[in-house]
Ligand binder design. Structure first.
Ligand code: SF4
Ligand code: SF4
Length: 144
């Protein structure tokens, strides 16, 4: 989660993004998923960057970490934040409820379905608490 204009880490840099500060929940702040954190501003990024909770400190979306994901996968361009659980065995696509179908645009849907078809790989797409597990057929899931 970004500081104003500063990269959190490696392959890519957050730049003007900040979408995780809307789409990800932050337990310590009782911030729900899908609502802008009140510490965030588009002009200044995180107002409490040095004191931000651990949830924010440890979070890096997959676009940030993955050199192979080009600018088209930047969350503000794609309309979703991609992250993982279970050592990467579960990929999660957190969609912006304002743009819930953006993941269906290409090349996203084809790529996500290809990943979902790989052995041992699960891909869940959420918009709020509802989601789908990509497969043949897709299965409805709820966030727990
Ligand atoms: S969604 Fe990713 S690129 Fe955007 S601010 Fe968060 S960690 Fe950075
Ligand atoms: S505390 Fe800062 S880094 Fe964490 S969600 Fe809020 S604005 Fe983003």
């Amino acid at each position: 989660m970004r500081e104003d204009g500063a990269p959190n880490l490696p392959a890519n840099s957050c730049g003007d993004c900040g979408l995780c500060c809307k789409l990800m929940g932050v337990t310590a702040l009782q911030k729900p998923t899908g609502k802008w954190c009140r510490r965030f501003s588009k002009a200044g990024g995180c107002a409490i960057y040095d004191e931000r909770p651990d949830d924010c400190r440890v979070f890096n979306c997959l676009w940030l970490l993955t050199e192979a994901l080009d600018e088209g996968w930047k969350p503000t361009t794609a309309g979703f934040v991609l992250h993982s659980e279970r050592d990467g065995a579960r990929l999660i696509v957190e969609c912006d409820a304002a743009r819930p179908h953006d993941w269906r645009r290409e090349p996203y849907e084809t790529t996500l379905r290809r990943w979902a078809a790989a052995p041992g790989q699960e891909v869940l797409v959420f918009a709020g608490s509802r989601g789908v597990r990509l497969g043949d057929p897709d299965a409805l899931v709820r966030r727990v």
